[in-house]
Design a protein around this ligand. Structure first.
Ligand code: GLC
Length: 453
């Protein structure tokens, strides 16, 4: 009898352990997570790189064959044009660093399954199946580590449409198979993904994993918690984006800066410079540098990052418009550094007609405005007292007037900061408003004052 009870208990324990391995989320204290996310929240700008056989420039990355715009055969014929003949990873990394970005995320493998590194898990890679005939990821990572100052992110698509053991292939059309009817085939695919992820962790020890494509299956089906645990085995501090079926560390709104401050404490908007992620010959719809700069500052003002994408050509050259954009961002950021990296989300809209952030102590309010104010900039509902206002970059001090600062009124006075035209930055002017303590705000609707002198 004792033996039976013992065996039953052991079986139960084993079952719970196995179940745990399948679905239990990775847990950690809020403080530990905040410490792990520290570099990310101070990074503000990241550069995304979409590079693969689609970089020949005729069709979109992976989606072209999935959506039936081209045949799978024509799509993969692009491997012959992925030469990387003018690829200069040292130059790529120099440019990214020059942009002021503190991290970079490169597509190690998109939904088409083409791996930029020499994967042992499959035959579709820059080494084995492209004109380049060599690993193009390793030299990039080596440069990132050698030049310093950048965290390394690897984009990895969970989806791999062309593979026979992956259930879906074309958007219109039946799936290859049902994972519930052929669990072993699905497991074979999951093992392939894990094998590639292990290779990436072992070879590159990334600081961040940027997953994509989780929408095709559930957390349980992907074994998302298992994937995160695998990554943590290699690097307990690794950061994972949200596209891993509920297991990620931060949100990734795409191609649109949020309108109101997101609920998530950590987030990043990913954005194209033109309308495409990968290089497209016919896409010349480049956003202006000022537009991108506004997006960056808009993200910062709501406590988020901007992950700005570039799409190098198949030969490894980066389009001139993108180079110019990164350089301009870099020049602006280096002039306004104190108002970029160490900041956090600013005050709610309505207090001032400008983007805002605060320093960590909360006693410097930064104002960013991409326009020429007529005469002055107004700040209302600020209970803290202004001690000094200076222009970030030049340090020039500005004067202000405070109106209706009535002792016995709960509504604070309104500040009017004089902004002469000669202090304006050609792209975005930044003022540092130094306060007598952490910013405190009045959020009411005004009042009738029942006492006057
Ligand atoms: C989307 C697309 C993909 C692109 C990615 C970047 O999810 O599937 O093509 O790489 O977004 O955010």
């Amino acid at each position: 009898m004792r033996k039976i009870v013992f065996t039953l208990c052991a079986a139960l324990l084993l079952l719970t352990a196995c179940k745990g391995r399948q679905a239990a989320p990775v847990t950690e204290s809020p403080e530990a997570k905040a410490a792990r996310m520290e570099w990310f929240s101070q990074a503000k700008l990241g550069i995304f790189i979409h590079w693969g056989i689609y970089s020949r420039g005729d069709w979109s990355e992976s989606w072209a064959f999935h959506n039936g715009r081209v045949s799978m055969e024509d799509y993969f014929a692009q491997e012959a044009d992925f030469t990387a003949s003018a690829y200069d990873p040292a130059e790529w990394v120099r440019l990214i660093r020059e942009s002021g970005a503190r991290y970079t995320v490169i597509t190690s493998k998109h939904h088409d399954g083409f791996a930029l590194w020499d994967t042992r898990a499959g035959d579709v890679s820059a080494v084995k199946s492209s004109a380049a005939g060599r690993d193009v990821l390793t030299p990039f990572v080596e440069e990132v580590r050698r030049q310093g100052g950048l965290r390394l992110g690897l984009y990895y698509s969970l989806i791999d449409w062309p593979r026979e053991d992956y259930p879906n292939v074309f958007r219109a059309g039946p799936p290859r198979y049902d994972i519930h009817k052929e669990p072993a085939r699905w497991q074979h695919f999951l093992d392939f993904n894990s094998a590639q992820l292990r290779e990436l962790c072992e070879a590159y020890n990334p600081d961040l994993l940027w997953f994509d494509g989780d929408w095709e299956f559930s957390s349980e089906e992907w074994d998302a918690p298992g994937i995160v645990r695998l990554l943590r085995e290699y690097n307990p501090d690794v950061i994972v984006n949200s596209r891993i079926a509920g297991q990620g560390d931060y949100d990734t709104p795409e191609l649109g800066v949020p309108v109101v401050k997101p609920q998530a404490r950590w987030w990043e908007t990913c954005m194209t410079i033109n309308d495409s992620w990968g290089f497209r010959k016919d896409d010349v719809d480049f956003k202006s540098p000022d537009t991108i700069l506004r997006m960056l500052v808009d993200c910062m003002s709501m406590g988020g990052n901007l992950l700005l994408d570039i799409g190098p050509r198949a030969d490894g050259t980066i389009p001139e418009e993108e180079v110019a954009m990164l350089r301009l961002l870099g020049r602006w950021i280096s002039r306004h550094e104190e108002a970029v990296y160490p900041t956090r989300a600013g005050i709610p809209a309505g207090h001032v007609q400008a983007y805002t952030t605060l320093n960590q102590a909360g006693d410097i309010l930064y104002l960013y405005f991409p326009y020429v104010p007529n005469e002055s900039l107004e700040i209302k509902g600020l209970k803290s007292k202004v001690k000094r206002v200076r222009v970030v970059g030049s340090g020039q001090e500005l004067t202000w007037k405070l109106y209706n600062d009535i002792d016995w009124s709960a509504t604070p006075g309104v500040y009017y900061i004089q902004v002469p035209p000669e202090v304006l930055d050609p792209h975005m002017t930044v003022l540092a408003v130094e306060l007598d303590g952490p910013a405190t705000l009045y959020e009411g609707s005004g009042q009738v004052i029942s006492f006057n002198e």
